[in-house]
Ligand binder design. Structure first.
Ligand code: AMP
Ligand code: MG
Length: 691
């Protein structure tokens, strides 16, 4: 697409002829050519406006100018409507459909009748509402009190925060309503498109490769009422035309670059592009404050929290594939739950409260069941059989439980009083359309999927699952199942860490074992950085001769030795390898697990997009005695029995059996403490770390 030479913006109106004198809430248009605006034009009715548009297109096409022609009404309806009427999702077919049915003259048009006719196909309570005429129209509700909309209330573009205040195209009348504009506007656009076949493309449904583009605008997106003394509509069309004409071609191309195949879109409302990769981490992201010998645990955690950022890009997934994934953007309900008032019980429905005393009511023929609405009106004073989940039919707003009813001779009898609205659920009483249902960072639970599905969300923007590579280092390590010679031990850390990663909801990448050889480790880190977002190593993280993890990270200049005031724990080596964060955990399995839970887990969560998650602990009476010196935070392998926290008999950091025995950790603060049985201690269950 190249740029446009002229811009014409039109403020449409669904009303009748507004007379000879220019006035507001009529049709206004303004043309800008070569950056200069003509005087806005007033049209007293649509017939004149249509002729003018026809002449305008003809003249621009004849002179070879590309014309961007904007209209301030929706080019499409919310999802599903086009298909329900025409059998096709293609909005152009819906345009034709309206063009065949709308009868429009300067004095009158049939839009309210057509709205009623459409509504009657769907049970007669929606999607359209507001009858602007004196006479009543079958199927077209006057107001929203008994309104039921089988389609979404709004288009996706109208859920964007910047379109707050826009009107729904279902509202057929009232100040500012656009329902009438769409119905009277689309037939005009359809005829223009036909008259200039091959010369017009409609945005965003068609590629804009023709001389004329129809685009949807909404002046109030960016403009207020304008200066005193000017008619708002005239001023707005002039301003929009001027600003579009002044916009750099690439910027306009960006604004036009949207996908909204069925509902259409408003020019200027951004479609968020969730797949942009977040910025990489900085090389010094793990730098600890200088001059501190042993960094307190809380300081180290605060530093991780402050320096790390989300590194997992977002992608869109269907709901069924989204369980356990992390929500990338806040999610807003597309549909209310329940979508319409319905009955909470099996019983009999009627209108209004029932007074004290015995009630007898004639039974109206038919019934309403879940998914099978009753399409008729229940007369005043009559009752209808209703089943749980059924939409309340017209004439029913209160339900009596079937157990409380005597049924005889086509009548029901029961004891009043019964409150108005008893045993029914209000539309949106759980969640209203447009409500924020889940916020970014949420890891989707089974219950969340129910909530999203019920509120009309079919796909969600979620983070790609963080890939975490795990490797073990040490000449002494052999694989379980292999023959272990003297001095050799089986690799205990790798299976533990891989499973830990998996349980925390990340994607584990097994990089195997590496001997204490710098080149072998270098190759392994290179391979890991290619395959994963984060690398966890165990062993070789201190400053000794065979501590190659720290040596290599130091070599590339991105190594930080973390000496944390923590027991159990040896120094951690943190750094970036080829831009990929590396957590060099201690080799000792107890220290490796504690450091993975306390440091790696919240850091991984943050990078994965779930925000900083503090493990949730709670205070319990101790079942043990312990004296602790000041200076280090301690984590003891612990479990709860009879409401008291027990700790493992030995604090030896090589005791893997204690890790397995434990069901969580007891956390003892940095200062000195003498814990006696019965004193409160903080217990953090493994489950709090996501295990
Ligand atoms: P390092 O940090 O490499 O000095 O190792 C500290 C201690 O942890 C040594 O006793 C190692 O043998 C032991 N160790 C290191 N890696 C593992 C592992 N993957 N499984 C079990 N023990 C290990
Ligand atoms: Mg080692």
């Amino acid at each position: 697409m190249t740029g446009f030479d002229s811009f014409a913006m039109v403020d449409w109106s669904g009303g009748n002829d507004t007379g000879p004198r220019p006035r507001k809430d009529a049709i206004w248009a303004c043309v800008v050519r070569n950056g200069r605006a003509e005087e806005p034009t007033y049209f007293r009715n649509r017939e004149i406006a249509e002729q003018w548009l026809c002449d305008l297109i003809a003249s621009e096409v004849a002179t070879g100018r590309r014309l961007c022609l904007g209209f301030d009404f929706p080019f499409g309806y919310p999802r599903g409507f086009a298909n329900a009427l025409t059998g096709s999702d293609d909005p152009m077919q819906l345009w034709e459909w309206f063009e065949r049915r709308i009868e429009d003259t300067p004095k009158a048009n049939n839009r309210f009748d057509l709205a009623g006719e459409i509504n009657r196909r769907f049970g007669g309570k929606g999607p359209f509402w507001f009858n602007g005429l004196q006479r009543s129209i079958d199927g077209l509700p006057k107001d929203k009190s008994d309104y039921q909309n089988p389609f979404p209330e709004r288009r996706v573009v109208e859920l964007a925060p910047e379109t707050k205040g826009s009107f729904s195209c279902w509202q057929m009348g009232g100040a500012g309503a656009v329902g009438g504009q769409v119905m009277t506007g689309l037939p005009v656009l359809t005829r223009l498109r036909r008259a200039f076949a091959g010369k017009v493309s409609v945005w965003p449904f068609e590629v804009l490769d023709k001389p004329v583009a129809f685009v949807e605008i909404w002046p109030s997106l960016t403009l207020g009422a304008g200066p005193d003394g000017r008619i708002k509509d005239a001023w707005q069309v002039e301003q929009i035309a001027l600003s579009l004409a002044a916009m750099p071609v690439e910027d306009l191309a960006n604004q036009l670059n949207v996908t909204a195949p069925e509902e259409g879109w408003i020019l200027g409302v951004s479609q968020r592009k969730p797949d942009i990769a977040p910025p990489p981490l900085r090389n010094d992201c793990f730098a600890l404050p200088a001059g501190v010998n042993w960094t307190p645990v809380d300081d180290a955690l605060a530093l991780l929290r402050e320096r790390l950022t989300v590194i997992a890009p977002a992608e869109t997934e269907p709901l069924a594939q989204a369980a356990g994934r992390i929500v990338a953007e806040d999610i807003v309900a597309r549909r209310s739950n329940p979508p319409q008032p319905n009955t909470a019980v099996d019983g009999y429905g009627f209108a209004g409260a029932a007074p004290e005393g015995a009630q007898v009511m004639p039974l109206h023929p038919g019934r309403a069941a879940a998914g099978i609405p009753f399409d008729g009106t229940v007369p005043e004073g009559h009752a209808l059989r209703v089943l749980t989940g059924a939409a309340l039919p017209t004439g029913v707003d209160t339900v009596i439980l079937e157990e409380d009813v005597n049924l005889q001779d086509n009548h029901i009898a029961f004891h009043g009083p019964l409150k108005h609205g008893a045993n029914t659920r209000r539309a949106g009483e759980d969640v209203a359309e447009g409500d924020l249902v889940l916020i970014a960072g949420r890891r989707l639970t089974p219950a969340d999927l129910a909530l999203l599905s019920a509120t009309g969300i079919a796909e969600v923007s979620v983070r790609k699952t963080l890939r975490v590579a795990v490797l073990s280092t040490g000449d002494e390590l052999v694989e379980p199942g292999e023959i272990a010679g003297p001095g050799q031990i089986f690799d205990a850390n790798r299976p533990m860490l891989l499973s830990l990663i998996n349980r925390m909801g990340f994607y584990p990448v097994d990089m195997g074992r590496v001997v204490d050889d710098r080149e072998a480790l270098r190759d392994c880190l290179n391979a890991a950085a290619k395959q994963a977002d984060v690398i966890l190593t165990s062993g070789g993280a201190s400053a000794g001769d065979e501590d190659h993890v720290s040596a290599l990270l130091r070599e590339v200049g991105a190594m930080q030795e973390w000496r944390i005031a923590l027991k159990p724990g040896r120094p951690l080596a943190l750094g970036l390898w080829d831009g990929t964060p590396v957590f060099g955990l201690p080799g000792n399995p107890v220290a490796a697990m504690v450091c993975a839970l306390i440091f790696a887990r919240p850091a991984l969560g943050l990078m994965a997009g779930e925000g900083w998650q503090e493990p949730q602990g709670f205070d319990l009476p101790a079942a043990f005695e312990k004296r602790k010196k000041p200076g280090r935070r301690e984590y003891l392998r612990a479990r709860v029995r009879d409401g008291r926290a027990e700790v493992f008999a030995s604090e030896g950091s090589g005791r893997i059996s204690g890790l397995s025995w434990a069901e969580g950790l007891v956390e003892i603060e940095d200062g000195a403490r003498h814990i006696k049985p019965g004193d409160a201690v903080r217990f953090i269950p493994y489950g709090s770390f996501g295990l």
